[in-house]
Design a protein around this ligand. Structure first.
Ligand SMILES: O=P(O)(O)OC[C@H]1O[C@H](OP(=O)(O)OP(=O)(O)O)[C@H](O)[C@@H]1O
Ligand SMILES: O=c1cc[nH]c(=O)[nH]1
Ligand SMILES: [Mg+2]
Length: 217
């Protein structure tokens, strides 16, 4: 399994990741959502390097040009809520992609214990397509695991890109142990060392869904 941490190279991506983490900046919801989108745009560009391409003829006003364009069939799937702006960023570059939406939320039994509930799935068939599952946060990896299982009711993808912004080391290890080894790539912009007793990533950024859309009741 390939694990690609885009933080290994210094690019402008670091600025956007710094802003979503920063308590002085992250409460500007518009900027927070836009930064998730911008990171999604960069990730889409990086992932596009793995697609298959073939030459096509394009008629210009002055002649004919040959351009290699992608042939890969892509489904972009997102995990509600925090995945929405991230998904939007990825979709902005992969405009021919199909789309899927899964809801996953933590239902707390007490302040520390919770189950993850999947209640909604809207997806096309995914057989033999490239599945990109977007979620900015991978804490325990539980939401990603259950969302992927839900997606499998729609077929068997040719390849799975698990795309996040901040992943805990534990989540990366968990996903590497359960996703198909030869057909999965994990992309992230940071791997953080810990999760706390509430299963939040440390240092992380806090609650991505609340920062994007406001607190839940
Ligand atoms: O790896 P996990 O331990 O499952 O945690 C990560 C999940 O938590 C966040 O969603 P959350 O449950 O907060 O829902 P929200 O997007 O509606 O806020 C995040 O977007 C992931 O889906
Ligand atoms: O650190 C975390 C964990 C779960 N959900 C978040 O938004 N952040
Ligand atoms: Mg949340």
């Amino acid at each position: 399994m390939k694990i690609i941490n885009l933080n290994d190279n210094n690019t402008i991506l670091n600025q956007f990741v710094s802003e979503v983490r920063n308590v002085e900046v992250q409460n500007d919801r518009l900027r927070f959502r836009r930064n998730l989108e911008r990171i999604g745009e960069i990730m889409a560009y990086e992932i596009s390097k793995t697609f298959t391409y073939s030459p096509k003829q394009v008629t210009t006003p002055l002649g004919t040009a040959t351009v290699n364009t992608p042939d890969t069939e892509v489904v972009i799937s997102t995990i509600l809520r925090a995945g929405l702006p991230f998904h939007q960023g990825v979709l902005r570059y992969l405009d021919y992609a199909e789309n899927a939406f899964v809801s996953a939320y933590r239902k707390y039994k007490d302040t520390l214990k919770f189950d993850i509930h999947i209640e909604y799935l809207a997806s096309p068939r995914i057989d033999d397509k490239v599945l990109i599952i977007t979620d900015p946060m991978l804490a325990t990896g539980g939401s990603m695991e259950l969302s992927y299982q839900a997606m499998l009711t729609k077929g068997k993808p040719a390849h799975i890109h698990v795309v996040s912004i901040i992943a805990s080391q534990a989540a990366v290890d968990h996903i590497a142990s359960i996703f198909p080894e030869d057909r999965t790539t994990i992309w992230c912009a940071a791997i953080d060392p810990e999760i706390d007793e509430h299963s939040y990533i440390v240092p992380g950024l806090g609650d991505a869904g609340d920062l994007a859309y406001g607190e839940k009741e």
